[in-house]
Design a protein around this ligand. Structure first.
Ligand code: RNT
Ligand code: ZN
Length: 411
């Protein structure tokens, strides 16, 4: 079927495919740099810790910034739409031995230059893991004052860097705080670590920046590997902290109980805050960080972003790290699937469905929703890809070529 026929079918349901494609092209998706090197970074860490894990040993891991940037650029050439990249502080490009608490904005000039050249925005994350200053698994909630102060300095340095990035690129940089702090076994005190985290955050956020340059977020979690009994930065802790302090929550859909509906948290938060940030991932039984697939839960997330026109308030970032498949393919797959999910929901007649709900006509609501499930989404997707000059299903052949010519030569 051709795009023109698909367009007619959607028009029959009151959906304007041209408008959907226009909106889709304007929604930024932030591509996480850490899929390419198994979250190792450039600052000397040999292995990933903090209760998160990459599993698999597929050949071709990027071992330095040249390889990482080449792979990321290759992956992004296979992804349609508006792009941002998401960096961690551990990907600083500096030639001296300054530690993470002494990072400076100029350490990210390399990335800023690259983003400028390619028209990408940048988002940022302080790195509170894979570092000798993590003491007994704790950072901002540590009872050891020297440790806590080190990580507060790191958080402050990262916010300064984020504001600098936002200013240089003319698009506000999301600065997201996630810490691994927690306990493997049952703690004797669940309050004191949280009060210390609160104090640390107060110190980090005491410096005020313009929202034009930086948007701050905090990312909660249920548990990490080896930290199963207690997580200092729980959902309730951060939600209250964010509300009290005018910052935003970041929802990672791997960070909730498996039966929780993470999509439904988006409108709940939007009722109170200007922004909600996302780490989109595919959790399989736990926070396993599998590649995002075109599946119901991701379509539900996409639904909550576009259905009320909130695409400028929901900041979409990807967060997964699969080392068992070609990493460039992993990047492209997840980003394409996120876009595909957004398109699937942009092609729904939400106004009509909302009216049916208001009238209490749930029969019509269900009937129309079900009919649209088999509407020709694929033809509109193909049209989008060709307008964006991005490969269709043959993108995987390009990744295979890149694997043969570049990745395979690395070992
Ligand atoms: C960990 C969090 C966090 C990290 C990245 C690397 O559970 O999801 O966002 O995955 O920052
Ligand atoms: Zn995350």
């Amino acid at each position: 079927m051709s795009y023109n026929e698909a367009k007619k079918i959607y028009a029959h349901f009151g959906v304007d495919t041209e408008r959907a494609l226009e909106r889709l092209a304007a929604i930024p998706v932030s591509m996480h740099c850490w899929q390419g090197d198994d979250v190792i970074g450039f600052d000397g860490s040999a292995a990933l810790d903090g209760g998160i894990q990459t599993t698999g040993n597929y050949p071709g891991r990027a071992r330095n910034k040249e390889e990482l940037v080449a792979d990321l650029t290759e992956a992004l050439s296979l992804v349609p739409g508006k792009k941002r990249i998401n960096l961690h502080a551990s990907y600083a490009v500096k030639s001296d031995g300054r530690d993470r608490d002494e990072l400076e904005p100029r350490d990210f000039d390399y990335w800023i230059g690259l983003a400028k050249k390619n028209g990408w925005g940048i988002d940022f994350n302080p790195t509170f893991f894979s570092h000798p200053k993590v003491k007994d698994g704790l950072t901002l909630s540590s009872p050891d004052e020297e440790t806590r102060a080190f990580w507060v300095r790191h958080g402050k340095a990262c916010r300064k860097i984020s504001a600098y990035i936002g200013e240089k690129l003319g698009t506000s940089c999301l600065c997201n705080i996630w810490i691994p702090d927690g306990y493997k076994n049952m703690p004797a005190d669940r309050l004191a670590p949280r009060l210390r985290l609160k104090k640390s955050l107060d110190e980090i956020y005491s410096v005020k920046y313009d929202e034009k340059y930086i948007i701050d977020s905090v990312e909660s979690k249920v548990f990490g590997i080896g930290l199963e009994s207690y997580t200092v930065g729980s959902a309730e802790f951060y939600m209250n902290y964010a509300m009290q302090n005018g910052i935003c929550c970041l929802l990672d859909n791997g960070h909730f109980h498996p039966t929780e509906n993470v999509a439904d948290k988006i409108p709940s938060l939007l009722a109170f805050c200007p922004y909600v940030a996302l780490h989109v991932t595919k959790p399989v039984r736990w926070d396993s960080d599998h590649v995002v697939m075109f599946e119901d839960d991701i379509r539900d997330v996409a639904k909550e972003i576009v259905r009320d026109g909130n695409e400028s308030r929901v900041l979409i970032g990807l967060d997964y790290f699969d080392a068992s498949i070609n990493r460039v393919a992993a990047w492209a797959l997840g980003a394409r699937n996120m876009q595909r999910a957004l398109l699937s929901q942009l092609l729904m007649p939400w106004q009509t469905l909302k009216e049916a709900q208001e009238k209490g006509d749930f029969t019509y609501l269900i009937a129309l929703t079900e009919e649209l499930k088999t509407a020709p989404l694929g033809d509109v997707w193909q049209e989008y890809l060709s307008r964006q000059n991005v490969a269709g299903a043959e993108w995987i052949d390009e990744v295979k070529r890149y694997e043969r010519e570049v990745l395979a030569k690395r070992s």
